[in-house]
Design a protein. Structure first.
Length: 469
């Protein structure tokens, strides 16, 4: 292996964990009630219909409804990697992400208007203070690729990534007949994707064969501290549309459909960074000097503009009133990931071959299915429950140390309280059971025998208040 390849591997392992976080960005937990019952696609509710079934607003009583709430997601995102030397271990970051939501509905006879505000995508803020597996793998990869002439040692590298999106939607709904209603809406989205990363590693040994000192004929000794960092913020505005249908088949069954269009978003980066610096006499300075994170991930370079869209969503669902007190809910979402541009237009020049390459990853379309229930114990109190399974469509090549979209099974529970006909309170909780998955270290780096293992442990609590005026 030549030293240029070492430089490439070092920086990609350091930054790839954070900068190219290729998670599927959309979230669905817009409201606290979703925590308890994820099958909201056909719900007729002043608390949730403006978000999940806006055409169903026409089945509400006339009046003005206000809803406000917040969800708090908390837990850990974890990666594990054990080096060939027997060390390594677990790297984790604490997650604490509040998701507020507000909605206003004005319904009068055959026409209604609605407005919503809150989160629509993103994953909060994750900081790995004790390093990441993407750095630790170098201690295995570098000796194997240099015939044990060079050794790398992490000295406290760290990474922090944040991606969050806020939305506001304004729309109207109306009755087509006494069973079928329709809604249309426009949406504005603001997103920010931040990256902070620091590389701090030692490189020791000698320059591999082929890089000889003409004066001595000996391999050149290497004893360098590699330092580089970046602080980058990417922001974008996007606009989308929404259309919905609700069909009240009879007193037992209600069916609904909602389509959210793709939101085109071109992110622009505002960044500062320090590249690798070496003395003029350094044996590696000519090969690695003046290279930094943005050489390999240009979408985070200062002033860079690249597309990262939110995919379109098709949501369908049904509700079934089993008895006067008991209602079942069924729902499904389909995510058109393949038609969205997710950093696919990013190009960089490979330092080994000098060829232009793309950093874009290909995603499959994703989907999820849900079943929920609501049972009224009496006129004031109801219990809620639900389960959801999500298939993200993200390949393992997209898993990075700060962002990785794992498939999941979600279980939720909650209570609903109506002290009178015009007021409703919801308290809910849920827990995500993620399918832990290996990454692709073995495929990326020669000499690496162990794969990194990605996992998450996340719960959420929610609270909402709805008032009819």
């Amino acid at each position: 292996m030549n030293l240029r390849k070492f430089g490439l591997i070092t920086l990609i392992a350091a930054l790839g964990t954070t900068a190219f976080g290729a998670s599927i960005d959309h979230i669905q937990n817009y409201t606290a009630e979703y925590n308890a019952n994820m099958a909201q696609q056909a719900a007729i509710s002043p608390t949730t219909s403006a978000y999940y079934n806006p055409a169903g607003i026409m089945r509400l009583e006339n009046g003005t409804y206000f809803t406000g709430g917040v969800q708090l997601a908390f837990g850990k995102e974890t990666m594990k990697y054990h080096t060939n030397k027997g060390d390594g271990g677990e790297y984790s970051a604490d997650l604490l992400a509040p998701i507020p939501n507000f909605a206003l509905i004005k319904k009068q006879d055959d026409r209604a208007f609605f407005w919503t505000f809150g989160g629509i995508a993103g994953g909060g803020d994750l900081e790995y203070k004790d390093g990441v597996a993407g750095i630790k793998v170098l201690e295995d990869a570098i000796p194997g690729m240099t015939y044990n002439l060079l050794n790398a040692k992490d000295k406290g590298s760290w990474a922090e990534g944040e991606n969050m999106y806020a939305q506001t939607t304004i729309g109207t709904a109306w009755n087509i007949n006494n069973k079928l209603s329709m809604s249309v809406a426009g949406r504005v989205v603001y997103g920010w994707r931040n990256l902070k990363a620091n590389l701090n590693a030692d490189l020791t040994g000698v320059i591999p064969n082929g890089a000889m000192d003409n004066n001595t004929g000996m391999n050149l000794p290497v004893n360098e501290n590699l330092r580089a960092d970046i602080d980058s913020e990417r922001t974008a505005w996007g606009f989308g549309g929404q259309i919905g249908l609700n069909y009240a088949y009879n007193d037992t069954w209600n069916f609904a459909m909602r389509y959210d269009t793709k939101v085109k978003m071109e992110f622009e980066a505002d960044a500062t960074s320090d590249k690798l610096h070496f003395a003029q006499t350094s044996p590696v300075g000519g090969l690695l000097g003046n290279k930094g994170f943005e050489n390999f991930f240009p979408q985070y370079a200062d002033g860079a503009k690249h597309r990262r869209d939110l995919p379109a969503i098709l949501a369908v669902g049904a509700s079934q009133k089993v008895t006067d007190k008991w209602t079942m809910f069924y729902g499904a979402n389909y995510y058109f990931n393949e038609s969205a541009k997710i950093d696919k237009d990013v190009k960089y020049r490979d330092l080994l071959t000098n060829k232009i390459k793309s950093t874009g990853l290909e995603y499959d379309n994703g989907w999820e299915i849900s079943v929920g229930t609501e049972y009224w114990l009496n006129e004031k109190w109801a219990v809620l429950g639900g389960v959801n399974y999500a298939k993200t469509g993200a390949p393992k090549e997209s898993y990075m140390d700060v962002e990785y979209a794992l498939d999941s099974f979600l279980v939720g529970f909650g209570v609903k309280y109506r002290p009178n006909e015009d007021t409703e309170w919801v308290v809910s909780t849920s827990h995500y059971f993620y399918e832990a998955t290996d990454g692709d270290f073995r495929e990326k780096y020669a000499g690496v025998e162990n794969a990194q293992r990605y996992d998450k442990n996340i719960s959420s609590i929610g609270f909402s208040y709805t008032k009819k005026f």
